[in-house]
Design a protein around this ligand. Structure first.
Ligand code: HEM
Length: 544
């Protein structure tokens, strides 16, 4: 199991946590390792990675918590028990030496519980509230989304994870932390370096490698510069005081992990759900106010972070299972979010589902996702902008787009098409359709360049297949498309080239943007900011 867990989540070591052959219990008595034909014994990591939903439904029907040998952990799939575990940090803690993130970035809110957790998280609660993120980051998020969409708009086809969702998540996180001037590729390289180190530490229970240490040191040096500037706009600015500089940096690193891959997945999954469900898409297109509800429903149906791990601090009964001190207890957010006792017809994507907001995609209890409002803002802006600016946006059926992943779930590729107006650019020679080659004759814009480098630099895509990429597809002439074995030219799919490129919209000049900004400023002036009850700093989700 280890090694597949990415940095942000509590991570198990390669030696399964529990030291015994625990098993689901009946009548409160220790049972032997489950019989080989039970759903728990049959579930495999491959099932959980590819399409976990049928296996989780079988597990849930048998028991809300079961010992899963493939995971070396108790797997909680029932909603009520998931909430129980996530609320009870005294019994089910993240503070365990098996949690490898702390080995790389040091102790942070993600790896601590109790008073220490409150001390690490407290200084950030206010800036991450809804009003806080909207005041600080809404206009940046809109402008950046506008820029990213402008770069692809003329092409008529794109892979949206690497051209919009991923770069947006990186840019917003860099801006939030005050690293706005840093090259996004450097930010991503730090992220990748630290994630790789955490994975290696988890997989082999080894000390952190030098590459991971170097990546973290570079990030730390840049953050130190940000912290040194008094009154900076960074979300870190209020934290020095209650926390030491080292602690602020550890928590900033955790925010970066939390804010990149998950948000990219959240946006990609929501787009996938909408574009695969024509009737639901129609509802949203007719009533744009449904975008936030569609995002909540998508978070329920396919949470970008599928599981979180806890470690039992004492022997405990959990839904009829006898958990022993030291056992790993993994909460399947994916499973809980489809518990039929809470969500009727749980496999359906229904943007009008009345209780979608009860999903656990951002966890629950003391570790409720700090960045939930920021992630929602990014997703709402990204999806709203894409639906508004790319007419007849639809999945490119030639490429599969099902979500995958054991911990972080998202489609490996999200290729779409729309009725756009591609720029006239020199076409590549049909024989030179290499995935990584820069075949375009036209000069690459800065944005193209970023998307290209982003794509290339993602470690996980190092071995990506040699398919045509978006630039190449958009640049092909009709004859070349046919010669390359692609579908015949359809004037509706890729309209004729034009010499007049559309002008990117300056979103800050739109009436809507100006009005919204004025409204936010008025609210801030009047002090209409929802009070925070420090004893209950985790607000219920919006649709409860
Ligand atoms: C701007 C984006 C985001 C930021 C800055 C962020 C940051 C964080 C931080 C700092 C924590 C630790 C909170 C604590 O331990 O007290 C956290 C927890 C968590 N986040 Fe986020 N996050 C973001 C987006 C997301 C998204 C999109 C998802 C999933 C859809 C997600 C899922 C979670 C979950 C499940 C936890 C709980 C982990 C646990 O309980 O072990 N986050 N997030």
């Amino acid at each position: 199991m280890a090694g597949v867990f990415l940095a942000m989540m509590p991570t198990s070591s390669s030696v399964p946590g529990p030291t015994r052959g625990a098993a689901a219990l009946t009548d409160g008595v220790d049972a032997p390792v489950p019989a080989s034909d039970t759903p728990a014994a049959l579930v495999t990591l491959a099932d959980l990675e590819a399409d976990p939903h049928p296996a989780l439904a079988r597990l849930q029907a048998a028991a809300p918590v079961s010992w899963v040998p493939a995971l070396g952990a108790w797997l909680v799939t029932g909603y009520d028990l998931a909430v129980e575990v996530l609320r009870d940090a005294r019994t089910y803690t993240v503070d365990d030496p098996r949690f490898s993130t702390a080995k790389v970035v040091g102790p942070s809110m993600l790896s601590l519980d109790g008073a220490q957790h409150a001390r690490h998280r407290g200084p950030f609660n206010r800036v991450f509230r809804r009003d806080g993120v909207h005041t600080r980051l809404a206009s940046f998020t809109r402008a950046e989304t506008g820029r990213l969409v402008s770069a692809i708009e003329p092409r008529g086809a794109a892979e949206l994870r690497r051209t919009v969702a991923g770069p947006l998540a990186v840019a917003v996180m860099a801006e939030a932390l005050g690293l706005g001037r840093a090259d996004p590729i450097r930010v991503l390289a730090w992220y990748d370096g630290i994630v790789a180190a955490v994975q290696a530490a988890a997989a082999a229970a080894q000390p952190v490698g030098t590459a991971g240490t170097a990546a973290f040191s570079e990030l730390a040096a840049s953050l130190r510069e940000v912290i040194a500037v008094p009154g900076s706009a960074s979300v870190l600015s209020d934290a020095t005081g209650p926390l030491t500089e080292v602690e602020v940096i550890s928590n900033a690193a955790v925010m970066m992990f939390g804010g990149i891959e998950t948000t990219e997945g959240m946006i990609a999954n929501a787009l996938l759900h909408l574009l695969s469900s024509p009737a639901q898409l129609e509802l949203v297109l007719a009533e744009r106010g449904l975008v936030p509800a569609a995002i909540e429903e998508s978070l329920r149906l396919e949470p970008a972070a599928a599981v979180v791990d806890r470690y039992a601090t004492r022997d405990a009964w959990l839904g009829g299972a006898s958990v022993r001190a030291g056992d790993q207890v993994t909460v399947s957010i994916t499973g809980a979010n489809r518990d039929p006792a809470v969500f009727a017809e749980p496999d359906l994507f229904d943007v009008r589902r009345p209780n979608a907001g009860r999903h656990l995609a951002f966890a629950h209890g003391p570790h409720f996702c700090l960045g939930a409002h920021l992630a929602r803002l990014e997703a709402e802006v990204a999806i709203g902008t894409l639906l508004s600016r790319l007419p007849r946006l639809r999945l490119d059926r030639r490429y599969p787009s099902a979500p995958r992943g054991l911990v972080f779930r998202k489609p490996p590729d999200l290729r779409v098409r729309w009725t756009g107006r591609p720029l006239r650019v020199d076409a590549p020679r049909p024989g030179n359709l290499d995935h990584t080659a820069n075949t375009g004759g036209g000069a690459m814009s800065e944005q193209d360049d970023f998307a290209e480098r982003f794509h290339r630099d993602r470690r996980e895509h190092a071995g990506a297949s040699q398919r045509l990429d978006d630039d190449q597809l958009a640049r092909l002439t009709e004859e070349e498309r046919v010669a390359a074995g692609l579908d015949a030219y359809d004037p509706d799919e890729v309209p004729p080239a034009t010499d007049t490129p559309p002008q990117p919209e300056d979103i800050t000049q739109t009436e809507e943007w100006q009005e919204e900004r004025a409204e936010l400023l008025r609210e801030a002036d009047k002090g209409e900011i929802r009070p925070v009850d420090e004893r209950h700093p985790f607000p219920p989700t919006r649709y409860e």
